[in-house]
Ligand binder design. Structure first.
Ligand code: SF4
Ligand code: SF4
Length: 410
């Protein structure tokens, strides 16, 4: 594991201030503010490291604006890893500024699967039809801030129960052996359980046994908030839990799969064996293509949005497209700017509702150009954001996880 201080010095020195990254940055394209660009983040961190700047609210807001989408790194001649520069910036700010909500979320709620479960049950109780109607009315009358509206829409709804509640019905045991271990992301479990159910059905149809272990969050939400120690703690918890098991660890959340694979960078050699067993759902199913289930989605036109954590973080671009192209009777149409971030980025759509919506509008314009009736993706965060987009811009498009197309359930 490279020393973080050496890494950051190298990244800061590697930036030659050319500005090529600006055209690729969804946020800079909207704000046209140097502080929003990769070069701006590098300059802010450099000033913080040299004690030439205070970690005040202005610099904090610039670091907070970044989607950590890595589009800038792809266009950077020296491949500066801006996402890591931004996380370091956020981490320095988090160390100086107490954010009680973050601390409770990342130190007490997300590391404890049972506590999170109880909290989600309480939130679900509040998601009644009259409450939904009232919120939507307040939103239409512009009496509710945009971020709060998005937060309310993202709360867990009925959707036939959380994913962990459906495991018995699906015949998925919780135990430990060398079968496929499904890493159940918080998003799939609580926010998009239909997609998670489809993934489990596809994994079962591939011929192997699938099981689920009780585990905490992968730690990515804490990491991107700059709460690196909390993320490390969750990484160690997961490594320990999955050490009872020797088979592949598969997840249908691109953010989780990318972060689980990055554990060695976070905690060192103790994570190498664990990370070596992690597969994103699309990668795992594509490897076992001969046994691909037949889908009953004949006659439908499908397009695909690349989650940043799948395409840029893991280089998994061909696998999801191959899977969709090979489904009999389905017409695949490539989405223009398919790897342009959707603006979801975890809770970004809540914290930066205005910026997020502008990014999403560009995505929806591109979706409209395809004429597709199904928009598939591979991450629950993108799925929620895109679902919101098709409703907001009234597109006759069904948004699904790729597993739902493969399972024939869109
Ligand atoms: S493209 Fe890379 S080297 Fe050029 S300014 Fe941006 S981050 Fe720095
Ligand atoms: S990671 Fe994405 S949002 Fe952040 S500076 Fe780079 S391109 Fe812009």
């Amino acid at each position: 594991m490279m020393d973080e201080a050496i890494f950051h010095k190298r990244e800061l020195d590697n930036c030659n201030a050319c500005g090529f990254c600006q055209a690729a940055c969804p946020i800079y394209r909207i704000t046209r503010h140097e502080g929003s660009s990769a070069r701006g983040h590098r300059n802010h961190l450099k000033a913080l490291v040299a004690d030439e700047m205070q970690p005040d609210s202005v610099v904090a807001s610039h670091f907070a604006e970044c989607l950590t989408c890595r589009a800038c790194s792809v266009h950077c001649p020296t491949a500066v890893e801006t996402d890591r520069i931004v996380i370091e910036g956020r981490s320095r700010i988090a160390a100086k500024r107490t954010a009680l909500l973050n601390r409770s979320l990342f130190n007490h709620l997300l590391p404890d699967a049972m506590r999170l479960r109880r909290c989600m049950h309480l939130l679900r109780l509040g998601r009644t039809a009259p409450a939904d109607t009232a919120l939507s009315l307040l939103g239409r009358m512009a009496l509710l801030p945009q971020g709060l509206q998005r937060a309310a829409q993202m709360l867990p709804g009925a959707q036939g129960g959380f994913l962990y509640e459906r495991l018995g019905k699906l015949g998925i045991p919780s135990g430990s052996d060398d079968t496929i271990a499904y890493f159940m992301s918080c998003g799939m479990n609580y926010l998009t359980p239909n997609a998670g159910e489809a993934s489990l059905r596809v994994l079962k149809q591939l011929g192997g046994e699938v099981m689920v272990l009780e585990h905490p969050c992968c730690g990515l939400p804490a990491y991107v908030a700059g709460e690196v120690e909390a993320a490390r703690h969750m990484a160690r918890q997961n490594i320990s839990i999955f050490s009872q098991h020797t088979g592949p660890i598969v997840t249908d959340c691109a953010s989780c799969s990318s972060f689980l694979k990055e554990y060695p960078r976070l905690v060192g050699d103790e994570a190498v064996e664990f990370a070596g067993r992690v597969r994103d759902f699309t990668e795992f199913v594509a490897e076992r293509r001969p046994a691909l289930p037949s889908a009953s989605v004949s006659g439908r036109t499908v397009t695909y949005h690349d989650p940043c954590h799948l395409s840029r973080y893991q280089g998994l671009r061909d696998q999801p497209r191959q899977l969709l192209r090979e489904i009999e009777g389905v017409e695949y149409r490539e989405l223009p700017e398919a790897d342009w971030c959707c603006g979801g980025a975890g809770t970004y759509a809540i914290r930066h509702a205005g910026l997020s919506e502008k990014i999403l509008e560009r995505k929806m314009n591109n979706v409209r150009l395809t004429g597709a009736d199904i928009l598939a993706t591979a991450c629950p965060g993108c799925l929620l954001q895109l679902e919101y987009g098709v409703k907001r811009w009234e597109l006759p498009v069904r948004v699904v996880h790729i597993s739902e197309v493969l399972a024939g359930t869109p």
